[in-house]
Ligand binder design. Structure first.
Ligand SMILES: [Zn+2]
Length: 451
């Protein structure tokens, strides 16, 4: 596709200079992603080559370049591509294995053409530059891009910030056993799925694969109904947006601008008496209450929720205003998950130290004497990582001690302690094992879990 070596010393690539870009971070639209961004030399040199080839092509430079960017994004399994206009130009960033990489910069003089070209592809109104818009580029519209791309545009200081999100086709048919859960968690997850009421909560920060887990659970439910139980359960989802179509499930996409709120929609839906209800994400008190009530009244509820670990998911639910009694009675299963990048097996470097090194995972101190570090090679696009691993902890709920702790609104650390006493393998222990086994690096654990 490209020869990286030839491009490394190319003098004609000032537009893709990562350092220059870093010095001039655009004001006014700084996002969390900015901190996570890491320079990636192989991607930046490839970008310079795409620029050169697009300039040399017969069609318009921007038309050719935008097409190339999407094609390369698809080929490299990017999950998102960001176009961020700044004072110096439009930064193009690829999210690979959950981390943003700066690919390069397109000239500021092309800022309107870039937005217009992407809007044309996504069937959006090109002359409206002052309002946010959402659209999609259908799979196949761009040659060699067989994934649908969702586009969102937001006006910012130097133009329009555009985020293109690839819809995954790779996990379309995945079942829970293919996601990488431990035997123990998988068993309890499947056991919870056989229940006819109660709530199953998949928690974690944004971008940790929660909806992939829920979709896999739904496929499991449909399959289980067909082959094991011989009955069919009515399964309905409320999603924003629908990420993958699942046979045997009625999926409803919640419209952003509709005036029916999620909790109201949930109440309407309950009148149709479904057996299984999926609420894409619980974000507010009315939804949390409506969902928990549904779980208490003979429906199996699956939902995702934003939390840093399984124990704090309970605390956050209580903070939202859900009654402890409701929570204790409705919760069937609570887990929290993360995705960590796997070290590239071709180039990782083993390190060791005679004195134990201290690392911090979610406020816990852990000692390690052996670990691996990322290096970067041809096989891994120079990033040192290749693919991701799921890490999950599940909080055991079935004990009087835990029930009482929830009823008494005990703090997160107490819930955590009870959980660990009941056999939960917590994130910090899982993290140490991943480091010692060389699956991932201490730096990646720090990036994913924080101090
Ligand atoms: Zn490598």
């Amino acid at each position: 596709m490209f020869t990286r070596k030839n491009q490394e010393n190319n003098q004609e690539q000032p537009v893709s200079d990562a350092k220059a870009a870093e010095k001039d971070k655009p004001e006014g639209n700084a996002s969390q992603e900015q901190e996570k961004m890491v320079p990636d030399n192989s991607l930046t040199s490839a970008f310079a080559q795409w620029v050169a080839e697009s300039r040399a092509s017969k069609s318009d430079f921007i038309v050719a370049m935008i097409q190339r960017i999407f094609q390369e994004g698809a080929a490299r399994s990017a999950s998102d591509i960001h176009f961020q206009p700044g004072r110096l130009g439009v930064e193009v960033r690829f999210r690979l294995d959950g981390v943003l990489h700066l690919a390069g910069m397109l000239p500021q003089s092309n800022v309107y053409q870039i937005a217009a070209r992407i809007k044309v592809l996504a069937n959006l109104v090109t002359f409206k530059q002052g309002v946010p818009q959402e659209g999609r580029i259908p799979s196949g519209l761009i040659p060699n891009v067989s994934r649908e791309i969702r586009i969102s545009t937001v006006p910012v200081l130097y133009g329009e910030r555009i985020v293109a999100r690839f819809f995954s086709s790779g996990n379309l048919y995945q079942l829970p056993e293919e996601l990488g859960f431990t035997e123990e968690i998988l068993e309890s997850l499947k056991r919870a799925a056989t229940r006819t009421s109660g709530a199953i909560l998949v928690t974690g920060p944004a971008g940790t694969g929660k909806s992939t887990t829920v979709a896999a659970m739904l496929r499991h439910l449909v399959k289980q109904d067909e082959y094991d139980i011989g009955t069919v359960r009515s399964i309905v989802t409320l999603e924003d947006p629908i990420e993958s179509a699942i046979d045997g499930v009625s999926q409803i996409e919640i419209s952003q601008d509709g005036d029916t709120t999620l909790d109201r929609l949930l109440l309407y839906l309950l009148r149709q008496d479904p057996d299984v209800i999926v609420v894409g994400e619980i974000r507010d008190r009315p939804t949390a209450e409506a969902a928990m009530q549904a779980a208490l009244t003979g429906h199996l509820l699956l939902s995702t929720f934003h939390a840093t670990d399984a124990a704090s998911a309970i605390s956050r639910f209580l903070e939202l205003g859900v009654e402890p009694f409701t929570l204790r009675s409705s919760l069937e299963f609570v887990m929290c998950q993360r995705l960590v990048r796997r070290l590239c097996p071709h180039c990782r470097r083993e390190m060791s130290s005679s004195t134990p090194n201290t690392i911090h995972v979610l406020r816990r101190e852990k000692q390690i004497t052996k670990w691996f570090e990322p290096v970067g090679c041809e096989q891994c696009n120079g990033t040192g990582y290749s693919g991701r691993s799921l890490v999950a902890e599940a909080l055991p709920l079935k004990s009087d001690e835990m029930a009482n702790a929830i009823l008494e609104r005990r703090e997160t650390s107490v819930l955590q302690k009870i959980g660990e006493e009941m056999g939960m393998v917590p994130f910090h222990d899982l993290a140490v094992k991943l480091i010692e086994d060389g699956v991932t690096s201490p730096v990646e654990i720090l990036r994913v879990f924080g101090l």
